[in-house]
Ligand binder design. Sequence first.
Ligand SMILES: Cc1cc2nc3c(=O)[nH]c(=O)nc-3n(C[C@H](O)[C@H](O)[C@H](O)COP(=O)(O)OP(=O)(O)OC[C@H]3O[C@@H](n4cnc5c(N)ncnc54)[C@H](O)[C@@H]3O)c2cc1C
Length: 435
Amino acid sequence: MKIAWYVIFSISVIKRLSKGHKMIYNTIIIGGGTSGLMCAYQLAQAKIDFLLLEKMESLGKKLLLTGGARCNVTNNLDVDAFIHSLTIPHKRFLFSSLDDFGPSEVVNFFAENNCPLVLENSLKYFPKSNRSQDVLDVFLNKIPKNHILLNSPINKIYKDGDLFIVECSKKQFKTKNVVLATGSKSYPLTGSSGDGLEFAREFEIDFTDFTPAETHVYSNQVVEELSSLQGSSLNNVVVKIKGTNKKVQGDVLFTHFGLSGPAIMHLSEDIYDFLKDQKVILQIQLGNNSRSTLDDLFKVAGTKNMTILKTLEQCTTNRIANLLLEKFQITNKNINEISKITIARIKEALLSYEITIDRVQDVTKAFVNKGGISTKELHPKTMEVKRIANLYCIGETVDLHGPIGGYNITIALSTAVAAAKDIIKKNLPARIKRK
Ligand SMILES: Cc1cc2nc3c(=O)[nH]c(=O)nc-3n(C[C@H](O)[C@H](O)[C@H](O)COP(=O)(O)OP(=O)(O)OC[C@H]3O[C@@H](n4cnc5c(N)ncnc54)[C@H](O)[C@@H]3O)c2cc1C
């Protein structure tokens, strides 16, 4: 049924186009993912004449996959805390757009559009229905179908006087404003394959290549030495990249290929960067004890003549306790029978177990990508390219990303609103603009 609708409306758009080779759109949005959809929604509400061009056969393919098809839309952080949690050095760039349309505005927006969000674990907002389809439907219900053209991979954009020409294989479109909302290189089956950077190159806009962020890492050491830990996790432990100042606290998951979990995913972009020219060793806390608590625990265990296994089980998981006995080649005996040197080595392992990382998951399989169009090229309030009037860049195609937890969708929505508001403002009669 939905496909039939799109066929009918695509025909109506094509008719519009064939009538008007001369037709000039106010705005063309390239990419119908999270950010492109929000931009289209805003322009539709303001009755701006726009066209949303999407390369795939349907809109919002990645949005549907998000949060395990439940879509973690945003979080409950205020703007300062949101920005503080980001790892990108230029994070203050986001202040204007988030201040105008940040997490609390996202929550209100979906509530007003009959898709209420509910808070989970005091941080993440998901739709009450638990269906990412309902998040997508908010946009599909409000964007007129005859403003959408599917199966339209844009391969060229260039300037022609004051206008832009946007081309896909068979068609050419003229427009006053262009919004680049083409995403990153993550999950190319959803349509995002890094095209935004090719357009940026043509316009001589500075960018950095996309690299993986928020993803798993591979380690032969885990596969070979720690295979008994597969499927187990450590909660809220400190993970450091040895010899650097990079450190996070969070959960770690041991897998059949290496490591995953929020703490590892959060460090993955740094691990990727360091691996380019050095060996990467992670130092992982195998429990939640500090050095002084461990000293106390071992002291008390000694006075109570506890076995080493019982002592270790107070400090970490049973699986890790057994693994440490194996690693240090000790049988389960009274803790007082074990040499001081071995006890010191066991404590060291509990505080910072060293695991060598071999590689990071590929950029196309990472949940998010680092890199993109340089924020130095854009006005933070409007997302317009400073040197090229009426060209806007929004969402993950810009060098902006955050950790898992609703940050990335919020950034896509917030930057989309910033661009749309500017386009709407430019379109207002001068006397209203002045007010
Ligand atoms: C599995 C997974 C789960 C995730 N879960 C979450 C989550 O729960 N919460 C969260 O905050 N973030 C999550 N993210 C990240 C989030 O989905 C993205 O950051 C966000 O969708 C980026 O929006 P965007 O509009 O920039 O790009 P996209 O949503 O990727 O959209 C880009 C669109 O542009 C189109 N396009 C590309 N090139 C062209 C072209 N040349 N011509 C025409 N169209 C083109 C693509 O087909 C696509 O539709 C997840 C990501 C993945 C992969």
